[in-house]
Design a protein around this ligand. Structure first.
Ligand code: NA7
Length: 558
């Protein structure tokens, strides 16, 4: 089969891929997207497990660039559940006529840079091949599922699911269900299914801190207020550190009396929201261990007060720092007051093996189950890439380039991988996802516009470029260098300097001291590594503007 010739191929049709497809198409490039899924949605296509919800408030869990849609598309609760997010993305794809340019059920199996033609040669699972001048990966931060290596895992005779690949027709009612994992996903799934199942056992390794989500219906007045202020809201969000729309306080924990501190925590507990609790109350919870202890003591007190059975409460009390991705829930701890819900501490009684009937722990108990749910997370960030054979200059793979840990320039590009861009690549900003995605899509689109402009001037041919640059990252005019087939890639020095910046920005974060996917340490054998820029979204965007204003400093264009 001959290869389809494109200007740009976007891999992934979630939040990032859809916007990237639209942007590049609007810029006049012949662009297509592929996705291994059967529809758009990305993360929200795959994670259809019960209780799946975005814990970014609804008004910000969407695109900022379609004002009419922003003010008219319905959302009636403060947080949106998975079917609503998926429905929204399907709506956007229809509204902007994106479906016609997406091939579903089509996974990228290999991509190879061909220097002579200055094109990527892409192979897919369906046999369709592409040659493309630009390759943009929108693989998601969390798409490679982590299935733990537990002895006997294949011998289980009941139903077995990973939450990140949840089938549509699972029925849990009246069944004996085991859930391994209690991160954001485990907490949501346990809370959602406890009332319906016959018996639920949470197999918990490290207990985590979770606060109420504060989910509730949205009033007409609230929606009107958001609608009237949307432009300012987005402006503030894009200039903020975490991009969640709340006021990021500069108040240190110990600047107030213990009584006032208690009141502040209590108010945050009542309002709800994990990121709010961690970053709206005090400014040092994620930086200062004493401050962290104050917040964690408050949450532990709430756990003790909520869970009646003292043995269950003891098992649910966290022992580590409150320094992972902050969680929130719709009544997680309350579920353990049900007689049909049990908790097994894997620190006290580790899993010995999975048997045909269930899970056998070290005390000799065989927990018999009909269904085993793995809420065991993802090989995050670079894990999505290293499973793919992406070969840059001289056949060197991305996996080889990252053999000492994932790196990038600005979270979007890698030296020796010309004309390839990543949406949410390693060392991108640690913040609310939709504005981070928009930032990446817009800067990538602006870079491509620059390269297209150069191509046009060099070849004299009208190239695909409607000049639709995004206001934020406008660049000065570039110099013509007299070569054809203009390509762009970051320098090794720029990548190294960015790694250093990311290292420094996270140096004081307590997140670095805990083992979680944020620093790549949730996967056996994977090295603890800096995987995000912790300086905040606003500061990150300022740096992008500087890079653009300096003629895309750090990139070679030629
Ligand atoms: P997470 O946050 O990585 O949580 C995974 C959970 O699975 C966590 O409780 C782990 O325990 C547990 N886990 C992982 N491997 C094992 C083994 N081998 N045995 C027992 N327990 C295990 O993934 P989520 O899907 O919950 O959330 C990921 C992100 O998705 C989240 O942050 C949101 O941004 C959306 P541990 O705590 O490591 O002891």
């Amino acid at each position: 089969m001959t290869a389809q010739e494109l200007d740009a191929l976007v891999v992934g049709a979630g939040f990032g891929g859809l916007y990237q497809l639209k942007k590049l198409r609007d810029q006049g490039l012949k662009t297509k997207a592929i996705d291994s899924a059967g529809d758009v949605g990305g993360t929200w296509y795959w994670n259809q497990y019960p209780g799946a919800m975005s814990d970014t408030e609804s008004y910000l869990y969407r695109y900022s660039w379609d004002e009419e849609d922003l003010t008219t598309y319905p959302w009636d609760t403060h947080y949106v559940y998975q079917p609503q997010v998926l429905g929204y993305l399907q709506h956007v794809a229809k509204r902007h006529d994106l479906y016609k340019d997406i091939s579903f059920g089509t996974a990228l199996t290999g991509a190879r840079w061909d220097a002579s033609s200055a094109r990527w040669h892409v192979e897919t699972s369906t046999g369709i091949r592409f040659t493309t001048r630009y390759l943009i990966t929108a693989l998601g931060l969390l798409s490679k599922q982590n299935l733990p290596n537990i002895t006997g895992i294949d011998s289980f005779q009941g139903e077995k699911y990973h939450t990140g690949a949840w089938p549509a027709d699972v029925e849990l009612k009246g069944k004996r269900v085991g859930v391994i994992g209690n991160g954001s996903t485990g907490v949501q799934v346990i809370t959602a299914i406890a009332k319906d199942v016959k018996h639920l056992v949470s197999f918990q390794r490290n207990p985590q801190y979770s606060v109420p989500s504060g989910q509730s219906a949205v009033s007409k007045e609230y929606r009107e207020h958001v609608n009237e202020n949307y432009q300012q809201i987005w402006k503030d969000v894009k200039a903020s550190k975490f991009g969640f729309g709340f006021h990021e306080t500069d108040r240190p924990t110990f600047s107030v009396s213990p009584e006032e501190r208690e009141q502040i925590f209590e108010k945050a507990w009542k309002t709800g929201g994990g990121f709010r609790f961690m970053f709206e109350t005090f400014n040092d919870i994620a930086e200062n261990e004493d401050a962290n202890n104050e917040a964690s003591d408050f949450i532990k007190k709430k756990i003790r007060a909520t869970v009646h059975d003292q043995d269950k409460a003891r098992k649910l009390l966290p022992t580590q720092l409150y320094a992972r991705r902050p969680l929130c829930d719709a009544g997680y701890y309350e579920q353990f007051n049900r007689d049909n819900v049990d908790i097994v501490s894997l620190h006290e009684t580790p899993i010995d093996r999975i048997t045909s009937k269930g899970v056998k722990t070290s005390d000799g108990t065989e927990h018999e189950l009909d269904v085993l749910i793995f809420a065991t997370g993802f090989d995050a960030v670079d894990g999505n890439y290293t499973r793919l054979a992406i070969e840059g200059v001289d056949g060197r793979t991305l996996k080889e380039h990252w053999s000492h840990g994932p790196t990038s320039y600005l979270g979007i590009s890698v030296p020796k991988f010309p004309n390839m861009f990543m949406i949410l690549g390693p060392n991108g900003p640690f913040c609310n996802i939709p504005p981070a995605i928009e930032t990446h899509v817009e800067v990538i689109s602006d870079i491509i516009a620059t390269v297209e402009e150069r191509n046009q001037r060099q070849t004299g041919k009208p190239t695909a470029n409607n000049g639709a640059r995004h206001d934020s990252f406008v660049t000065p005019r570039d110099q013509v260098n007299g070569q054809k087939n203009v390509v762009i890639e970051p320098t090794l020095e720029a990548e190294q300097a960015w790694s250093k910046v990311c290292d420094q920005e996270s140096a004081t974060s307590l997140f670095r001291k805990t083992d979680s996917w944020i620093f790549g340490s949730n996967i056996q054998g994977k090295a603890h590594a800096v995987m995000f820029y912790f300086g905040g979204l606003g500061k990150y965007r300022e740096q992008l503007r500087d890079v653009a204003a300096d003629g895309w400093k750090g990139f070679n264009i030629g």
